[in-house]
Design a protein around this ligand. Sequence first.
Ligand code: UDP
Ligand code: MG
Length: 342
Amino acid sequence: MAAPIDISVVVPFYNEQQVAREFHRRLSAVMEKLDGAITWEAVYVDDGSVDGTLEVLKEAQRTDDRVIVVELSRNWGHQPAVMAGLCTSRGRAVVLMDGDLQDPPEVIPDLLAAWREGGQVIIGRRRSRAERGVRRWMFGAFYAVLGFLTDYPIPLNAGIFGLLDRRVVDAIARMTETNRYLPGLRSYAGFAQRVVSYDRAERAGGEPKQTFGRLLKYGLDAIFSFSYKPLRLATLLGVLVAALAVVYGVALVVFRLLDTGMFGIPVVDGYTSTIVSVLILGALQLITIGILGEYLGRVYDEVKRRPLFLISEIHASDPTLRDAVMARAQAGTRGASQGSSS
Ligand code: UDP
Ligand code: MG
């Protein structure tokens, strides 16, 4: 039985060949400066990279036995990759961060300090954002909408960067939903929450892997899995339109009976009003059906209960550790191992 691990650092990588080696270097430098009694491991998840990322990670694992590499069966996406890492990790506390060095490893000591002071969920909040132009504007708009709609107080301007106590990790691993928005689940879990502010850096290299489409899905997951307000909004809109329609209808009938025409416009010529009301009602119906669809699609995903991720191989120095990790990852959130390693 190996010594218990204090800190796990879980990092997803997808085609990050340009930055993976530098990431490991900077992380190790930070971790080695901590109190020497602290034991730590790095759980690097290769999310089906098609460049040399896996090789770089395996190289790090060969030269540093604190590294575990989780090789997923294909590209599953950011959130599933993070879940695979969470299910693999063993530390009493788990640090989550991106592998492109946008979340600076140098902030980890601050996270640990907040944890030692009793925090169980430490959230890294971006004091500044490295994104520019349209992307920056989109993030701003997203957080404004999320802040208004969500039923849970999800800290704004926070991604996955932060630290989770083991109890929180276990709680989140037991949550079975497929469409995951980790910052939301983290808030939902409760526990003692603390916020640590940091300056978000530029990517150290390569292109963003979260394409616009993926970010949009991620954003919609955030809104629709943590809020019923869009549904309520649809109902409210319906009530409002119905009320207006009644007022307008009554007015039409009255003007018709008085035979004065409405504000001088002959009522029989009702072409404009017909077209306008048909268009408005049609649009409202499409919007509300769309909102229903967003929820329905997610319900469909949830009832299928497919695994969140599949692991094809775990690379770790100690083979018994590998088997144990494999078993635990399998027992975790519907993740399963495949392939030769078992
Ligand atoms: N990532 C991943 N799988 C994916 C997309 C991204 O594991 O399908 C990783 C990526 O390598 C990076 C982190 O998730 O370490 C964040 O991705 P990215 O920098 O593209 O997102 P952004 O910073 O734009 O939110
Ligand atoms: Mg990034």
